[in-house]
Design a protein around this ligand. Structure first.
Ligand code: SAH
Length: 329
């Protein structure tokens, strides 16, 4: 699909039509399983200044927390005992956890449980990524946020899209399965930008893509902007499925925040095949305030929604479905 065709779908094609097509491609290429990834948001400290995110360093209105390594490991093993086969460890860009500490957390979880580990710790030294891969980390989730370099630079003071993409390319070279993704409805974002997001995910041969609406967070510079539109978000999701056929696509928590039942079910019917329930202890997670009123997607809710959508719970780790990964261009 060309950029112009994508733009015209975003503009004109009825949502139902895109959803039907995406659902068929999802069924053919990744089947009826929905993979469950248990997420632990283990620290909300962050050294970055992202204009949209409540964890930004400048935000003095949230209480900061850090989970201890033992606490993270203990919780991860508990999640594994509940039958969840992928553990996602996410945090702000928090350098208080040394590369060694993260590596030992990964190593211990991998020793004790038969799970895949996804790290989502933002931008770190390339040597850190290497040591975590050696310790057994399987996947790395780092959304590209927006494929428009000018918008990217405006939203991320002091950072560039180019840096983020070279980190992702390096992670891929290390053998991580990688997740990209963008927000939909960012202030200043155009349909042309979204078409570039969809094409970038494809060009990168990403194993996963997290697509969610932008949601305002009251204590950030973008707190007064309207949230991204659910219909447009679902259209982007459907187009990612139509173009990157065998990719893993979560029904994101941001989508659930706009509408907990309907949003997730719509995503599952528009190509999504992953849900990431939150296992962060609630006294912490209330402060993982990336945006306002973040929905609490529990394991129970996840199971209920999968069954409501007429789908199966994935039994395995739900690794990359790409049998071979051609070189990126
Ligand atoms: N520090 C890690 C994790 C960031 S938080 C990293 O840089 O990758 C995880 C995701 O939350 C981000 O990638 C971003 O897409 C999303 N997010 C943050 N603030 C948001 C907002 N206001 N609206 C929607 N999504 C947001």
């Amino acid at each position: 699909m060309t950029r112009n065709e994508i733009i015209s779908h975003l503009k004109q094609t009825p949502l139902n039509q895109l959803m039907r097509q995406a659902d068929r491609v999802r069924q053919q290429h990744v089947g009826d399983d929905v993979h469950i990834r248990g997420i632990i948001e283990f620290s909300n400290y962050c050294c970055r200044h992202c204009l949209y995110c409540g964890l930004r360093k400048e935000n003095k209105d949230i209480e900061r927390y850090r989970m201890q390594p033992e606490e993270i490991i203990h919780l991860a093993l508990d999640i594994a005992r509940q039958g969840v086969k992928t553990i996602v460890l996410q945090s702000g860009d928090d350098f208080a956890y040394s590369a060694k500490t993260i590596a030992s957390i990964v190593r211990e979880i991998k020793q004790e449980a038969d799970v895949a580990i996804t790290l989502s710790l933002g931008e770190r030294d390339f040597a850190d990524y290497e040591s975590w891969r050696k310790a057994g980390a399987d996947r790395y989730l780092m959304k590209h946020e927006t494929a428009n370099p000018t918008l990217y630079a405006r939203l991320h003071p002091g950072k560039t899209l180019k840096e983020r993409l070279s980190a992702l390319a390096f992670l891929q070279e290390l053998g991580y399965e990688i997740g990209l993704g963008c927000m939909v409805g960012l202030p200043g974002q155009t349909l042309e930008d979204l078409a570039e997001d969809i094409l970038l995910v494809h060009r990168f041969q990403a194993d996963m893509a997290g697509i969610g609406p932008f949601l305002p967070q009251k204590d950030t510079p973008l707190g007064g902007h309207p949230p991204g539109d659910l219909t447009l978000t679902i259209k982007v999701l459907a187009l990612v499925r139509l173009i990157s056929k065998d990719i893993h696509l979560p029904a994101t928590t941001a989508t659930a925040t706009i509408d907990p039942e309907h949003g997730v079910i719509q995503a599952l019917k528009a190509g999504a095949n992953v849900i990431m329930p939150d296992f962060t202890p609630q006294n912490y997670s209330q402060n993982y305030a990336i945006y306002n009123n973040k929905a609490r997607v529990t394991l129970d809710l996840t199971r209920r929604l999968i069954s409501k959508a007429g789908r199966n719970i994935g039994k395995g780790k739900g690794g990359s479905l790409k049998c071979k990964r051609p070189q990126r261009d």
